[in-house]
Design a protein around this ligand. Sequence first.
Ligand code: PMP
Length: 337
Amino acid sequence: MTASQNTPKTMLDLIGDTPIIKLKRASEETGCTILGKAEFLNPGQSVKDRAALGIIRDAEKRGALKPGGVIVEGTAGNTGIGLTIVGAALGYKTKIVIPRTQSEEKKIALRLHGAELIEVDAVPYANPNNYVHYSRRLAEELAQSEPNGAVWANQFDNVANRDFHAQTTGPEIWEQTGGKVDGFTCAVGTGGTLAGVSMALKDRNKNVRTVASDPGGSKIFSLIKYGKDETEGGSITEGIGQGRITANLEDAPIDDAYRIDDSDMLNVLFNLVTEEGLCLGGSSGINICGAIKLAKELGPGHTVATILCDYGHRYASKLYNPAFLQEKGLPTPGWLR
Ligand code: PMP
């Protein structure tokens, strides 16, 4: 590509093609090269801009989304931010259903970008009032009442999500490592990132080891590792953890799963702040812990890639709030007090 072809033409061209960076401490600790894909550099500041763009482009192609239509989604926040910015750039309105428990920072970002927010109680998926079901019903109603119709993004079970990662994130990691990647791991929210990247990497080399890194309170670890519908513990992370095999995870080539503790996740995050100049969100911490575990399993000299999903600023009131951490009995570094 020439320099002029590479120049972004619109905001949408800023999505994807993120840099990949070497994580110093994690690499030194394992004798491996541990790489993090800097997804916080997307315009909506998270990995979920990719799912948003993939889902919207697919809905347009299928004719489901008409000019001036409404996009409806249930989201922990980041997908909502992605859908809202992509929607604004392409002339769509967005209505976002979010559990009340999600961080204020994400809700503020959604409002600033022009989303209409509907906050609902955080109840399990089996409850018909769960945010996912609520958003599906709202989309069905709006499809009838809105002059230009409405679509439900359905990030969990719409495979346009993982397809976009298989077409972009995975091939980018392959190119950026010159094909020298031995393992990949990340946490699961919808499973779109893990499934899509794993599909792309295994297509190119079936020996790349792919692993789900799962926080407490999620069932992905036991579902993948033991085929059992079980969980234990909990986590203060947001946007990750899942109670079922979503359509995005169905038949995905995942070799193994790890359970990662919040205290390990926080130690990794706090070291990144003081030693590497990176302030990242909880899922990035879970992912790096998983990458360290995978690197130790593979042995020195290997290369493991993971995802740096979003900035820590989105969780200033939680992960980086001493009062919140102390109340939960979690490690609080001196510099934060
Ligand atoms: N990290 C963060 C911060 C997220 O918001 C999400 C998605 N909700 C994920 C990770 C998980 O990504 P995916 O949905 O592709 O599994």
